[in-house]
Design a protein around this ligand. Structure first.
Ligand code: NAD
Length: 363
């Protein structure tokens, strides 16, 4: 037994918390690439997860993010009935000024070396063009442009799933899944957020938007007739639904105290700073929370379809439509067992993984 002490910020300490299978650090002087690929669990299939590009303040922050996100991907695939494991990658850098063809292709070569145990796609800060560069070096990438035989941008499907999740929650709280006249605040109007705003507007929702990118905020608000609100006080305002579509960790002990919404349902991964603690706090406060990995699975579903033989938009949309029923089941379990919605979703996901693990062990 080793007597080495691992501090909280150490890689091994972080790894031991969620039983990850492996973590790969990618560094390249010439292109400036600094990336981390985390593989959480491959019971259900090869690890699948997006590549996030973000100017993290520290290596520890990037490591924590990639470990949490890759675990979330395991749960997302499991609860969505997909035969994929969970993984994630982060590239440390500015996603507006720090990208280049060489950097993305060099990163693609690291993925290639993993021989199919990790497959990636878009996430916050990356887009189809980046996937196109990665594809030059490896076939273990999805979310490719349609011109390359891919499924194109996954974010419209991701947004559609979020809309269905919002409807399932509205049905639970207000007794009808019609969104007409409801108020929804979308925080982060990037790829998924903008698509969600468009879908909400089509349902005659009163839409409020916020973003740290002021230009984007003005443009999107004008394009869809949404009301811009300051990112600083979005949590103080009263809406039927708060839809976090930016970064994770937005729901924490401080923010829950301020929140006045009836429902939280958005696309951002890892919205709860602490799944158990904050899931329970929301239950006690009477705010209905749609587990993020449950309702934002549309992007993963889209890429999953792309990875199966011929991509069919119709089949993808049918799979994404299941998000409504899956959300209703989680809400029902939470209500009947008086447990938080995040716990209810985790129980369902963990059961599928455990069941399949038993089958795999039998041959
Ligand atoms: P994106 O980079 O296109 O957009 C993110 C937006 O959020 C940007 O406009 C950015 O300016 C804004 N933002 C960042 N920090 C903010 C803050 N503190 N407050 C307000 N706005 C802020 O990213 P995306 O692809 O739309 O992804 C958004 C979220 O949804 C991420 O958490 C991502 O993991 C998750 N998600 C994405 C997909 C996908 O297919 N892209 C699928 C499922 C879930």
């Amino acid at each position: 037994m080793s007597s080495t002490v691992f501090e909280e910020s150490s890689v091994f300490f972080q790894l031991s918390k969620c039983s990850h299978q492996s973590v790969v650090f990618c560094s390249d002087e010439d292109t400036g690439l600094k990336a981390i690929i985390a593989i959480h669990d491959t019971t259900l299939g090869p690890a699948f997860g997006g590549t996030r590009m973000w100017a993290y303040r520290s290596e520890t922050e990037a490591l924590k993010d990639v470990l949490r996100l890759s675990r979330t991907m395991t749960y997302k695939a499991a609860i969505s009935g997909l035969n994929l494991g969970g993984g994630q990658a982060v590239i440390i850098g500015d996603n507006r000024a720090g990208k280049s063809e060489a950097l993305m292709r060099r990163y693609g070569r690291f993925i290639k070396n993993l021989n199919g145990s990790f497959i990636t796609a878009e996430d916050l800060g990356t887009d189809t063009k980046d996937m196109e560069y990665i594809r030059v070096e490896t076939s273990y990438v999805a979310g490719l442009p349609e011109s390359l035989g891919g499924s194109g941008d996954p974010t419209p499907v991701a947004a559609k799933g979020v809309l269905l999740g919002i409807k399932a929650c509205v049905k639970e709280v207000f007794g009808t899944d019609s969104l007409a006249g409801r108020s929804v605040a979308v925080q982060g109007i990037g790829h998924v957020g903008e698509n969600l705003v468009r879908l909400l507007r089509d349902e005659n929702v009163q839409v409020f938007v916020s973003d740290i990118n002021e230009d984007r905020l003005r443009q999107v608000a004008k394009k869809y007739g949404a009301t811009p609100v300051s990112n600083n006080n979005i949590l103080d305002l009263e809406f039927d639904v708060f839809a976090p579509c930016a970064l994770g960790g937005i729901i924490n002990t401080d923010t829950i105290q301020k929140m006045k919404c009836a429902i939280i349902a958005g696309s951002a991964n890892n919205q709860l700073a602490d799944e158990d603690l904050h899931g329970q706090m929301l239950l006690e406060k009477g705010i209905l929370y749609a587990p993020d990995y449950l309702i934002n699975a549309g992007g993963m579903i889209n890429c999953y379809s792309e990875l199966q033989s011929a991509y069919s938009r119709k089949r993808t949309m049918q799979l994404a439509e299941n998000i409504y029923a899956a959300t209703r089941s989680v809400l029902k379990k939470s209500r009947e067992e008086n447990i938080s919605t995040s716990r209810a979703a985790a129980i369902i996901a963990e059961k599928r993984i455990a069941d399949i693990k038993k089958i795999k062990g039998s041959y």
